[in-house]
Design a protein around this ligand. Structure first.
Ligand SMILES: Cc1ncc(COP(=O)(O)O)c(C=O)c1O
Length: 375
């Protein structure tokens, strides 16, 4: 199929993306409740380029952009590169705190709100229905566009993927971005963005200026994978696989982490957000690296230097036994750092016994709620 498409693709690349691929993406989006046509979509080099093109199209130096804290570092990078004034809004187990957002919107003019409603990055929290309605009402009231980064919605372990915020958007304020990075692989560099026409045109101009268009071969390959149903089957398999891997990580955390550690247990995704008890985060990071364990440090997900007591542990490409071993190693490093009085007793409750409990971590300004805790 790819070879058949290439003669046409080799001579002309539409900056909006190859039409057969956009048609497949429309089919997928309509199934998710987003009414759109191929002309409403631009294929981009991953969700990151959608964020970047949006920032270029909308943001002038000094403009205020609101994003979740903790939040996706790639978005913070794109908004910072456009010299925006970044303002953080906290998240809890329902995602972005709309009451806090309302206060920011009352106080100043905001050019854009960036959010990850289906799977808050990095906590994995799913934005509830009431919050979604509040967010859209605020977007209407203050005429502020919302960037919906839908990067991880397909990796939900049970039931249908979380409906898109865009589905409820009747005034065209939501810019919806998706990606094939999580369901296939991140080096593929193909994503898409749906936005109202004048804005989409500006975004496409920004991306043309950056790199003209997304490569022909990945576009043709993706169109074939979508059309044939292979991708849908693959995603179903990934959901089962990732559910097993998340289970292995949750069990290992419950078994090995010392008192005071807390972690998220989201209904999908590829990583967990972990809050450590009082430890030296540099020593934990370098000691873990010496044991061969890499993770993303919590401050990477904050643009204001907070988050040093947190980390994001990915289970995406590890088997359950390797996950169990890796978590045991990290936990041993953390335990070595914890003040003796705070070590947990070995007779602590069994694995997973606290998964349903929701607690706010102390002293974090209410930014993150974690379910699953030791201590
Ligand atoms: C929340 C979030 N959005 C966007 C991206 C970037 O995705 P892409 O590879 O499609 O550019 C990532 C990548 O990790 C992410 O975590």
């Amino acid at each position: 199929a790819i070879a058949r498409s290439l003669p046409a693709l080799a001579v002309h690349l539409d900056p909006l993306g190859w039409l057969p691929l956009r048609r497949e993406i429309v089919r997928y989006l309509v199934a998710r409740g987003i009414e759109c046509q191929p002309s409403d979509i631009a294929v981009v080099n991953g969700a990151q380029q959608a964020v970047d093109a949006t920032a270029h199209a909308l943001i002038d130096p000094g403009d205020t952009v609101v994003m979740e804290q903790p939040g996706y570092f790639g978005a913070a990078l794109a908004f910072t590169a456009c010299q925006s004034n970044l303002v953080g809004v906290g998240v809890d187990e329902q995602g972005l705190k709309t009451a806090e957002l309302a206060r920011v919107l009352q106080a100043r003019r905001v050019k854009l709100v960036y959010t990850t409603p289906a799977a808050q990055c990095p906590t994995g929290a799913v934005m509830g229905d009431a919050r979604r309605r509040e967010l859209l009402a605020l977007a209407d009231e203050y005429q502020v566009p919302i960037f919906e980064d839908d990067y991880d919605s397909e990796l939900r372990f049970n039931g249908a993927p979380i409906p898109a915020l865009k589905r409820l958007d009747h005034s065209g304020q939501v810019i919806h971005a998706g990606t094939f990075s999580k369901v296939l692989f991140p080096t593929l560099r193909v994503g898409f963005v749906v936005a109202a026409r004048p804005l989409l045109e500006k975004m496409v101009l920004a991306r043309v200026s950056a790199d003209f268009a997304t490569g022909a071969v990945p576009q043709a390959a993706l169109a074939a994978l979508l059309r044939s149903g292979v991708l849908a089957r693959h995603v179903r398999r990934m959901r089962r696989l990732y559910a097993e891997r998340q289970r292995a990580m949750l069990d290992a955390l419950a078994r090995h982490m010392p008192a005071g550690a807390r972690w998220s247990a989201p209904p999908g995704g590829h990583m967990l957000w972990i809050r450590l008890p009082a430890v030296d985060p540099d020593r934990v990071f370098y000691d873990a690296a010496a044991e061969g364990i890499a993770y993303t440090r919590g401050e990477v997900f904050h643009f204001d230097g907070r988050g040093t007591d947190c980390l994001a542990l990915s289970f995406a490409n590890l088997t359950p036994p390797r996950i169990a071993d890796g978590v045991a190693l990290v936990a041993a490093v953390v335990r070595r750092q914890v003040a003796p009085g705070r070590r947990r007793s070995r007779s602590a409750r069994g694995p997973g016994s606290e998964q349903r409990r929701t607690r706010r971590a102390p002293g974090d300004g209410g930014t993150v709620d974690a379910v699953g805790t030791r201590g």
